[in-house]
Write a protein that binds this ligand. Structure first.
Ligand code: C2E
Ligand code: CA
Ligand code: CA
Ligand code: CA
Length: 276
């Protein structure tokens, strides 16, 4: 990972280094992982920052290889993206998340991570529509999380795909805000419902790093003025919760409120409708 202009905290996601040989093995294994039933989704609670009431879950992809064991998505998702395997895997994620979330109470949403590759395929709109139709999940209960990197590529293809997804009534959130390519232009062009503030800022802020606090404050103000919500990611302690709440974040997510859960536990939690 790269240090931001000599600052005290890292604002880039740690890039896991995968050796060439391991990379080749994983890529081969990835090609058949979905069809061999090696993948499943874990659901992490997202709660209202003030009431701590459950608002939804983020679906997170899990891969347990029969021989290699569990492999982190931080490792295999970038590999799948490079090997051009993320579109079929991502389609499986979307269909599975919609089907599983359709069993939850109707005020509980599901957020699904989407890779740039998927958004650069015009057919993706039809995939989203079909995932909704087949599952019976209403569009307003689905939120797609996209990262700034989607706007880095040439052309406006992805922007048009995002617009057509919004037309379906699906929500969009901007993931890992501030950790990648930074241009605010697209924020005014694409109607995001919320901006997700990366854990690195939350951590920095709780350690008293002034720049991190300033950035969270600025993002919250920017989001508010654009009519968007903010979700603080990676909240691990009560102190961090208090800090981001005081800074005005609308929603929180992190180990303090819950780890990513197996689908049955997520469903039970959603049905309890209560926190604690
Ligand atoms: P992300 O979208 O930023 O997801 C949040 C990550 O932070 C998850 O890691 C989650 O388990 C972790 N996390 C949540 N709360 C805390 C906390 O309090 N402390 C700490 N230390 N970590 C926390 P995970 O599940 O390992 O996923 C890593 C990344 O892999 C995701 O980052 C996302 O970029 C990618 N990913 C996961 N599932 C999918 C998927 O279905 N499709 C795509 N395209 N990418 C995915
Ligand atoms: Ca995410
Ligand atoms: Ca994130
Ligand atoms: Ca992240």
């Amino acid at each position: 990972s790269k240090d931001a202009g000599g600052g005290k905290f890292h604002i880039y996601e740690p890039q896991l280094h995968v050796e060439a040989e391991e990379r080749r093995r994983l890529e081969v294994a990835l090609r058949t992982a979905v069809e061999q039933g090696q993948m499943h989704l874990a659901y992490q609670p997202v709660v209202d920052a003030t009431s701590t009431k459950l608002t939804g879950f983020e679906a997170l992809l899990r891969w347990v290889h029969p021989e290699y064991g569990p492999i982190s998505p931080a490792k295999f998702v970038p590999l799948a993206e490079e090997a051009r395997l993320i579109a079929p895997i991502g389609e499986w994620v979307l269909r599975t998340a919609c089907r599983e979330a359709a069993n939850w109470p109707s005020d509980v949403r599901v957020a699904v991570n989407v890779s740039p590759d998927q958004l650069h395929d015009p057919n993706f709109v039809a995939v989203v529509a079909s995932a909704l139709a087949n599952s019976g999940l209403t569009a307003d209960r689905l939120e797609l999380e996209v990262t700034e990197s989607v706007f880095m590529r040439e052309g406006t293809g992805a922007v048009r795909v995002l617009e057509r997804i919004l037309d379906l009534g699906v929500r969009l959130s901007l993931d890992d805000f501030g950790t990648g390519y930074s241009s605010l232009g697209y924020l005014s062009r694409t109607r995001f419902s919320s901006i997700k503030i990366d854990r690195s800022f939350v951590q920095g802020a709780s350690k008293g790093v002034r720049e991190a606090i300033a950035i969270i404050r600025a993002v919250v103000a920017l989001a508010k003025s654009l009519g968007m919500a903010t979700t603080a990611e990676g909240v691990e302690t009560e102190a961090e919760h208090q800090m981001v709440q005081e800074l005005g974040c609308s929603k929180v997510q992190g180990y303090y409120f819950g780890r990513p859960l197996p689908v049955d536990e997520a469903r039970n939690l959603a049905n309890q409708r209560r926190w604690n």
